[in-house]
Every structure is written in C-alpha cells, then in structure tokens.
Design a protein around this ligand. Structure first.
Ligand code: ARG
Length: 412
C-alpha cells in the first residue's frame, strides 16, 4: 500500500467516506480505476468525463461509470471554453514546442484540470485522481495544474503508484465484475482533441522506421490527396479566426470545419523526436490539420499588421510560452502575463488570409487587412514610387559610421 492509500478514507463507511473526483474517459484504465479507488483507497468516486473535442464514444460512458460503482458521474462539455481560453491564447502565441508541436495535448490538460477542480470544489471532494503513468508530461500537467488552482487538493495517480499491464487490468476487471468495453488492442497510445491528435508507442518507438499508415487517422495520405488544390480564406479579428470562406462561425465549428478540409488534403502530419520534461526523448506523431493551417495563417496576418520590432520581440515570448505550457505551467506565474502582452499586440491583427492546400502542403498565397502596414507606394518598383531615395544616402552615412570608425582606428 502506498503512502497515499494509507491515510485515506479507508474503513469509513457510507456517508462519511471521502470523495475523489476521477478524470474519466470510459476506457479500460479509468474503468478499473473506479473500483480501485473504492476498494484500495476507500473513497467514493465521482467520475467526470471532460469533452475537449475528442471523437465521441458511441456507448454511454456515464451510465457505465455508475454501473461500475461511481456515486456520481457527469460529462462536461468544455469545447467552447477550451477554444476560447486555451486554444486562442496558444494560437495568438503561434506556439509550437520545439518549433514543431502545436501543443494540442499540452493545452487540453489544464482545461481538464480546471473542470475537475470545479467539480471537486462543488462536491467537497478532497482528492482528484487521474490515469497518467509515471513516464510522461501529462502527470506533471495534472499534478501541477491541480495544486496551482487549489493547493488543498490531494492527487491520486493509481497507475503511477502501481503499474498494471493491459492483461492484468482485464483480469482484474473480470475478477471484480467491472463492465469494460475491450476494444481491439491498438498498438498505439493516442490522445485527441480539437487542436490535434497525438500518437506514440508501438512501431513508432523505432525512430528510423517510417510511421506505418495506421498511425494516421485524421489526415489523408498526401500522395492520395485530391489532385486539385483547395483555396481557403480565413478571416481574423484581433488575432482570432472568426470566418471561413466568408462565413462567420464560432471557434469550435471553425476549427472542426477547417480541420476536416485540411485533413482531406493531407495537411498537419508531424513526425518528431521530442524532449519530454522528465528527461526522456520520445518519438511521437501528431495530426494537427487545423492548428498547422491556422498558425501559418496567423503568422501571415501578423507579418502584414505588426511592426518589425514587435514581431521580433514577440518571437522570444512565443518560445517561452510554448515551453511553459509544455512543461505544465499553464496556471503558473509567467504564462498569464505573457498572454497579456501578446493580447496587446493583437489589436490590429485583423484581416483575411488566403491559403492554398495541396497534397500535404499549405501555403499562404494572399493576405489583406484594413490595418495593413504594407504600403504599395513605399514597396513598388514601378510607377508611383513614394520612397525618398535621396534620404537613403544620409541614412547609410550614419548606419555605417561606427564600423567605418572602427576600421579607421582599430583595423589598420
Ligand atoms: N508528447 C505529447 C505531450 O506531451 C503528447 C502526449 C500524448 N499522450 C498520450 N497519452 N498519447 O504533449
């Protein structure tokens, strides 16, 4: 028995047992966890399934949680909040961990944490449980996130305290009469939400082997993608996408629709060896069709409407933002001030970007904005040139002065 188990509600009966809020997916792990938390930890379980846009399950996971002994079970539709409070700040930061991973899993964790903590407070639960193992980033994001929101809450991670193989879990479920849906065993560990899908384990562990076709489930093989390019217009307001091909829509709908189109054209596949916070390098693949397209489009909007020094200064903050979020510090002291600065930079990031999608590649081919700093009169080489060519001479005299001085005195 672990230290955590020791001091819990064991021995108490009925009403007086302490409560634990379990991050519940309906899968094998968390179904087993319901019983474990009851029997080994002596707690009453409240199962909470948080919807951040993962593919809906076609069985009633809530009813199953109750049949498996949870005293309460609820599902929280967090999709809109996820987009508004987690995805958009991440997009405004053009955030990509190690310049490649749009942080899809990393930003869903704090959203789930927030939903769990809300339920724990409402229900007077002292504990929150999650199904993470002891090897990944997600355990850090859960634990640090929960205690940053409410340091009085205690965390139980049954599979970190006692790892079980899949077979052991299935045996335990059968022995204990736990209702489980044993799906065909997938060789991969997946996590999915509106901003993207992650995949690891199985054949991916060989960093030299090309990902087998079965890894990709949200994007078409670029080789087999349509032979005709698809143009998409994305309208931004203050850094947030609000229109798709001229049609105004909410964030959830826009991301879903754009993800579908980009996915059909094979966009958003990422194959990467990533540095986890716990020190391990791991090979992962991601499918983030909407995120990849939107980050590209958002950058294009910024290049048109932001001043050069703002773009350059912001770039450093973007990197910092991505690291903090990857490392589980969404609710930490630095993330919010960085987001506040970034929000301030987005005042004029309004306009439309035209994107061309073709066989796995998405390129920005047009952009326009009422706040565009691109001045045709200054840029043109043709008639109508408004740039003062003579002014360049004086400017260059000053610009080169320090180096001319150094050359004269020190570099003889
Ligand atoms: N490596 C990614 C991250 O840390 C994805 C983790 C996905 N989790 C999973 N169970 N497959 O954000």
């Amino acid at each position: 028995m672990s230290k955590a188990e020791d001091s819990m509600g064991k021995g108490k009966t009925g009403e007086s047992r302490d409560k634990v809020v379990l991050a519940y997916s309906g899968g094998l792990d968390t179904s087993v966890a319901i019983r474990w938390l009851q029997e080994r930890y002596g707690l009453d379980v409240i199962a909470v399934a948080v919807d951040v846009g993962q593919p809906p399950s076609n069985d009633d996971v809530i009813a199953r949680a109750l049949r498996n002994g949870a005293i309460k079970a609820e599902s929280v539709d967090a999709r809109e909040e996820f987009v508004e409070d987690f995805v958009w700040p991440t997009l405004k930061a053009n955030a990509e961990y190690q310049n490649i991973y749009p942080l899809s899993t990393a930003i869903a964790r704090p959203m789930i944490v927030k939903a769990l903590v809300d339920v724990a407070r409402r229900e007077g639960a002292k504990f929150i449980a999650h199904g993470c193992t002891g090897k990944g980033n997600d355990q850090v994001r859960f634990d640090v996130g929960i205690t940053s929101l409410d340091p009085s809450l205690r965390i139980i991670a049954p599979f970190r305290e006692c790892a079980m193989t899949r077979e052991e879990e299935i045996d335990y479920a059968h022995e204990n009469d736990i209702e489980i849906i044993v799906k065909k065993e997938s060789p991969y560990s997946r996590d999915e939400n509106l901003w993207g899908a992650s995949c690891e384990c199985g054949a991916l562990e060989d960093a030299w082997a090309e990902p087998p076709a079965g890894v990709w489930i949200h994007t078409a093989d670029p080789v087999k993608a349509p032979d005709e390019p698809r143009y998409v217009e994305i309208g931004f307001e203050k850094g947030i996408p609000v229109e798709l091909d001229g049609k105004r829509m909410g964030g959830v709908e826009l991301i879903t629709e754009l993800g579908r189109i980009a996915g059909e054209h094979g966009i958003g596949r990422i194959d990467h060896v990533e540095d986890r916070l716990v020190g391990i390098k791991s090979r992962e693949t991601y499918e983030c069709p909407a995120a990849v397209t939107l980050i590209k489009a958002h950058r294009a909007m910024e290049s048109l409407t932001l001043q050069k020094d703002v773009i350059e200064y912001k770039r450093g903050l973007e990197q910092k933002f991505a690291e903090l979020v990857y490392n589980g510090l969404w609710f930490g002291g630095l993330r919010e001030p960085i987001s506040a600065f970034i929000d301030e930079t987005q005042r004029f990031v309004t306009g439309t970007v035209r994107v061309k999608m073709y066989k796995g590649c998405c390129s920005v081919v047009g952009r326009r904005s009422e706040y565009s700093l691109y001045d045709m009169g200054l840029a043109t080489y043709a008639e109508g040139d408004a740039f003062d060519h003579e002014a360049a001479v004086g400017f260059i005299y000053c610009w080169g002065l320090p180096d001319r001085t150094a050359a004269r005195i020190q570099k003889k």
